[in-house]
Design a protein around this ligand. Structure first.
Ligand SMILES: *Cc1c(COP(=O)(O)O)cnc(C)c1O
Length: 427
């Protein structure tokens, strides 16, 4: 069977396929650059694994307290070597990105300390962690205060305001790399480096922490290469490579990671405990695959930006912008557009492709939200997934794809769904 016939048997019409081909043909140079970054990062991870002398005994399961879990300790060494940090905490019992960020913050802050975010409001779930939105157990309840400096209208750092906001109580500066679901631009590693240099010049003792979610392996360097004391992320995003079934990481200076470890387990126990329960092989193997998985997701995001921009929709980042994370947003302007897009992504999934996503009133949101996720790992957003609140401007956020071919198919399927519903025209 020819490739076109294969696509046709999967519900993609000739016009959609040709349109996709035309878009893809213009992306050869960018895709080549992405492949080169993946190649570089593949070597980086491989070198770390070789230098840490990873061996099959590291895949063995431990139980109970998990004393002398060689696999866990070696995995943490691999993360530290790859990210060029003194230490790392990589654990299945860091249950999500939010949890890892909470442990990093709570472990390193004491009553009376202040957090500064010089890049505007942090990710939604951190509002409750910090206590920006009142929440039982927040850092605010433990006497940690919070200050924020917004980015300027053009997306640049407001250096004078940051200088004014830094005070004798400032203990930690938190910098979110990805825009998440905000409208500001995602920060490049180079820009993060400039910001950290500015902070450190004024206050060398302040801890600079970067929320690295969705950013890992998009560039050749990580924020830890440009002065971050701690980088934090989720293993069901980029660095789990789609194989990690759970987990988070905190990599950074020895003291910062130790402080976090006492919060994660208990003072006196720290990194020495925590059984890995047989998950180590998935963590090692997922991390090994992460550079190429991230590259596939990145190609999907760029392909979608180019396809939907051509059709007249506003896309962020736009078709030509440089990329620093794997998230893509597309503004459809109508509820029908958002719903059709998500239905297309769902129909393209390897798991639960036969279900139809519908908008629903999710707790914590002020409008119904529709989500498309047919993932091997629940909630995994390195796998192809999309969601959008049903409210103006009717935008969807989408990300992931374990392979470029699957990401591409998902986008073609979304286009086909919009076309069949009469919501776009390819001519
Ligand atoms: C996903 C994300 C988080 C939180 O991660 P969860 O695993 O969903 O808790 C935090 N910050 C950013 C920028 C993210 O993208």
């Amino acid at each position: 069977m020819k490739l076109e016939q294969m696509y046709e048997s999967m519900g993609i019409g000739r016009d959609v396929l040709l349109f996709g081909r035309e878009i893809e043909s213009q992306l050869a140079e960018r895709f080549a650059a992405i492949d080169e970054t993946a190649e570089y990062n593949q070597m980086k991870v491989l070198q770390a694994m070789q230098d840490a002398r990873v061996s099959d005994i590291h895949f063995a399961a431990t139980t109970g307290y998990g004393y002398n879990d060689l696999g866990r300790d070696t995995l943490e060494e691999v993360f530290a070597r790859t990210f060029h940090t003194e230490s790392a905490l990589v654990r299945p019992n860091l249950i999500s990105g939010t949890h890892a960020l909470h442990v990093a913050l709570a472990g390193n802050l004491r009553p009376g300390d202040e957090i500064l975010s010089p890049v505007g409001k942090p990710y939604d779930t951190l509002e409750e962690v910090i206590g920006i939105r009142e929440s039982p157990g927040s850092l605010k309840e433990y006497g940690v205060t919070y200050r924020q400096v917004d980015l300027l209208a053009d997306g640049s750092f407001d250096y004078p305001a940051i200088e004014r906001a830094l005070n004798e109580r400032t203990r930690l500066v938190t910098i979110q790399r990805s825009k998440g679901y905000a409208t500001r631009p995602t920060l490049s590693v180079a820009r993060i480096g400039e910001l950290i240099a500015f902070v450190k010049k004024l206050r060398p003792d302040v801890i600079c922490m970067v929320d690295n979610c969705y950013g890992e392996f998009v560039e050749r360097t990580e924020p830890s290469d440009v002065g971050a004391d701690m980088i934090v992320g989720s293993l069901i995003k980029n660095p789990g490579g789609g194989l990690a079934p759970i987990g988070g990481y905190i990599a950074g200076c020895r003291d910062c990671v130790d402080q976090a470890s006492w919060r994660l387990s208990a003072p006196g126990l720290g990194k020495e405990v925590g059984a890995s329960l047989g998950l180590n092989q998935s963590f090692f193997q997922g991390f090994f695959l992460s550079p190429t998985v991230t590259a596939g997701a990145l190609k999907g995001a760029i392909f979608a930006a180019n396809a939907y921009e051509r059709l007249g929709f506003s896309v962020v980042p736009n078709s030509t912008e440089s990329r620093h994370d794997i998230i893509q947003s597309i503004t459809f302007g109508t509820p029908e557009g958002v719903i059709a897009f998500c239905k297309g992504i769902q129909a393209a999934a390897p798991v639960d492709s036969y279900v139809t996503p519908e908008p629903w009133d999710m707790p914590g949101y002020d409008a119904p939200v529709i989500m498309a996720a047919g993932a091997f790992v629940q909630g995994s957003s390195i796998e192809l997934s999309a969601d959008g609140p049903i409210k103006p401007p009717y935008a969807v956020y989408f990300q992931g794809g374990l392979t470029w071919y699957h990401a591409k198919f998902g986008i073609l399927k979304s286009l086909q769904t919009l076309l069949d519903a009469g919501l776009v025209s390819l001519a």
